[in-house]
Design a protein around this ligand. Structure first.
Ligand SMILES: Nc1ncnc2c1ncn2[C@@H]1O[C@H](COP(=O)(O)OP(=O)(O)OP(=O)(O)O)[C@@H](O)[C@H]1O
Ligand SMILES: [Mg+2]
Length: 254
């Protein structure tokens, strides 16, 4: 655990970075709109106009780049913002099935077989459902993006191991090369053309905030399995509300 001073400085740095990201956003939007107007003006020029095609593709390239920068800023801000967590009693089975429902159509469209297997009993947690869904989504999107075979399969399993609810997401995609494994949780590490490299750092942050653990096993060319285990409901309540045990806890599920 770092010293309070270091933590404070890191928090300050986060605030400065978020401030900076916000400041960059407005001029970036102007740049986007200006490029759009420029593209429209050029598109309306007569076909024979000097270097019309070249100008048009430059203006469109600027639109694309500014949109990309804006996406990076949005994701960064989401990461840096101290999340207002809302812990409630939740069922891991339901959080997982809700997240899967959200992706079903997308998976079907891409020809991905989804094999889900749920623990027969509810898996009670004390958790921020929205954040957990976000973490699962990031992992599932990585699985989806890793697909490189004719038969594409994502297996999602929930269970209980030594009293801890867990969820396992396994893909049969390209796997993570050994050299990359140490890096995948690093901020902005990405091997994808349009990846930002924030997906897994966000997952790790959320899992930590829940007192959970994340494990990744991967075999190059064969696939990747991500396992998240979380403390059971009673344990989390003790952890998150140690001084305020008499206050009624928000209950959503029961
Ligand atoms: N299931 C997976 N299969 C193969 N490689 C993976 C998988 N999950 C993560 N990776 C590797 O880890 C890198 C980092 O993942 P992360 O989700 O943090 O960023 P990203 O997916 O590249 O971008 P984004 O910010 O859009 O999520 C990926 O670029 C990829 O190289
Ligand atoms: Mg990702």
């Amino acid at each position: 655990m770092p010293a309070t001073g270091t933590r404070k400085r890191l928090a300050d740095l986060g605030a400065v970075a978020s401030g900076l990201a916000h400041e960059i956003r407005n001029p970036l939007n102007s740049l986007y709109i200006n490029s759009q107007i420029l593209a429209e003006i050029v598109a309306a020029l007569p076909e024979a106009a000097d270097r019309k095609e070249e100008l048009l593709s430059l203006a469109r390239a600027n639109m694309k780049v500014t949109r990309r920068l804006n996406d990076i800023l949005s994701e960064f801000l989401r990461f840096a913002r101290p999340a207002a967590t809302e812990f409630v009693v939740a069922d891991l089975n339901r959080v997982v099935s809700d997240t899967l429902r959200f992706l079903e159509v997308d998976f079907a469209r891409r020809g991905i077989e989804l094999v889900a297997s749920f623990h027969p009993e509810p898996l009670p947690l004390f958790a921020d459902e929205k954040q957990l869904r976000q973490a699962l989504l990031n992992i599932l999107l990585n699985a989806e993006e890793s697909m490189d075979k004719e038969r594409k399969v994502i297996r999602v399993t929930t269970g209980l191991e030594r009293g801890r609810p867990l969820v396992r997401i396994a893909d049969n995609g390209r796997g993570i090369p050994r050299a990359d494994r140490k890096q995948i949780f690093r901020l902005f590490f990405s091997t994808r053309k349009s990846g930002t490299g924030l997906g897994l750092p966000i997952v790790r942050k959320i899992v930590r905030e829940h007192g959970g653990k994340i494990g990744i096993r991967s075999r190059e060319g064969r696939g990747t399995t991500v396992t998240i285990s979380l403390p059971p409901e009673e344990q989390s309540k003790a952890r998150f509300a140690p001084r305020d045990a008499n206050r009624p806890l928000p209950e959503k599920v029961r």
